[in-house]
Ligand binder design. Structure first.
Ligand code: ADP
Length: 239
């Protein structure tokens, strides 16, 4: 299968600190790539560069051949790249339904009104949040805020989904539910980049992994092989 998302030679410096230094990988539809590395290795910066929250100094991010690097975040979202944030960013005073319905406006062909609300209900069911459709987002439990954050990302009808520690902080039952949900998204044909420290989730979900260390590519390949690589073990032990 040919890749949907191609990242090549991605670079970003903050002053003298090179946070991402020549990162490259490919993800196909229906594929889950783990983007791993110790704290400060550049994973969130990489997601910010791909989603347009930050502009790369160099490199290329292509979605189905279309160059995204340098485009503003809202254009990249409309072209089909959605993300969740490490610190959940829901609109706390709005209901879950309103949160998700509002996101529908940003689809390539914006969806509004009653149609947006009915699609929002479907998405809330999909992420296991139908019971809280009318609750204020700010009143949700942590796991439900995460579910809502995912539903908001899916409201864009993305082709690529960037998950920034979406499975962190869940109890074992919630983690299994979260893993099943991410699997169902893969089966639907999304290309997923998973930044994650929860190794059970990485093993359960990721076909391949790229490991970063101090902004640089350290190792890449099938998950089990990469995680057993002595260079990778050493990088994590150094945390
Ligand atoms: P990770 O997600 O792997 O923990 P980050 O991408 O958050 O790593 O950070 C990579 C490096 O870039 C760190 O040294 C961090 O301090 C630095 N960094 C991240 N964002 C900024 C910023 N906006 N300004 C300055 N330095 C930053």
């Amino acid at each position: 299968m040919s890749a949907l998302l191609h990242v090549q030679g991605l670079r970003k410096a903050f002053g003298g600190l090179v946070a991402v230094d020549g990162l490259g990988f490919e993800v196909a539809a229906g594929d889950i790539l783990g983007l791993l590395g110790p704290n400060g290795s550049g994973k969130t910066t990489a997601l910010n560069l791909i989603s347009g929250a930050l502009e790369p100094d160099a490199g290329s991010v292509r979605l189905d051949g279309v160059e995204l690097a340098g485009l503003p975040a809202h254009r990249i979202a409309r072209l089909g790249v959605a993300r969740t944030f490490q610190l959940v960013r829901v609109l706390p005073s709005m209901s879950c339904l309103e949160n998700v319905a509002a996101g529908m406006a940003f689809r390539p062909q914006g969806v509004f009104g009653a149609r947006a609300r009915s699609l929002a209900i479907e998405l809330l069911e999909r992420v296991g949040l139908a019971h809280a459709a009318h609750a204020h987002a700010g009143d949700l439990t942590y796991i439900d805020q995460k579910r809502l954050e995912l539903a908001r990302a899916l409201a864009l009808a993305p082709r690529v989904l960037l998950l920034d520690e979406w499975l962190a902080g869940l109890n074992p039952t919630e983690l299994q539910e979260g893993i099943a949900l991410v699997r169902s998204l893969r089966e639907q044909g999304l290309a997923i980049v998973l930044v994650e420290h929860v190794m059970d989730a990485v093993h359960a979900l990721c076909d391949r992994c790229v490991v970063m260390s101090a902004g640089r590519w350290l190792a890449a390949g099938p998950t089990a092989r990469v995680l057993a690589d002595p260079k990778v073990v050493e990088a994590y032990l150094g945390e």
